[in-house]
Design a protein around this ligand. Structure first.
Ligand code: BEZ
Length: 184
């Protein structure tokens, strides 16, 4: 009689579970309470609380100071921040898997170059926030670790109402500020 090992039995189950598992941030999901940091490691921010009331936009980027993020993606949100406000989106948060000293310096540089806005730059240092939303990807070749996919999430009263997640992780296309503005 042929013995079937436990691991041989487990393999297909694991695969089918992965195939069926819900992926990426989805409409209706609650914003996680996983801590992120603003300007310094001592300044914790809980986005589930920050977004609990009203309309907000969360913008995820692969890396502070990377060309696509610095020259195109986030400048679009800075330049259009009044247009988002006019549609009731008073809060825009930018999230990167970087430390808070880096996100602070990045926010200051982008403000100097593109003008003042009320956009807040947040450090998801370990990637735990992006992981909770299933929005991490393997960026080891470029950044040395896992990073956030590029995305924009529209949030109302603490829940996601629309998602704009780049299918290739890094392009500035679906999540471009002007395209998001057209759809909200
Ligand atoms: C960027 O320019 O934003 C970028 C470049 C390489 C990988 C990911 C992002």
């Amino acid at each position: 009689m042929q013995l079937i090992t436990k691991s041989a039995l487990k393999l297909p189950v694991t695969y089918s579970f992965r195939a069926l598992a819900r992926s990426y941030a989805t409409v209706g999901d609650k914003i996680p309470s996983t801590s992120v940091h603003e300007n310094s490691p001592g300044n914790e921010v809980d986005l589930s609380k920050e977004t609990a009331k009203g309309k907000s936009i969360l913008v995820g980027v692969p890396g502070a100071f990377s060309p696509g993020c610095s020259q195109k993606h986030i400048p679009g949100y800075i330049k259009n921040s009044d247009a988002f406000k006019n549609k009731g989106y008073d809060q825009i948060f930018v999230l990167a898997v970087n430390d808070p000293f880096v996100t602070k310096a990045w926010g200051e540089e982008l403000t100097d170059k593109n003008g003042k806005s009320s956009i807040r730059f947040l450090a998801d240092s370990t990637g735990a926030f992006a992981k909770d939303l299933d929005l991490l990807f393997d960026a080891t070749k470029v950044f040395g670790n896992e990073r956030s996919k590029r995305y924009a999430l529209v949030v109302e009263d603490g829940k996601i109402t629309e998602t704009f997640i780049e299918p290739d992780n890094t392009s500035v296309d679906k999540s471009d500020a002007t395209k998001v503005l057209e759809k909200i």
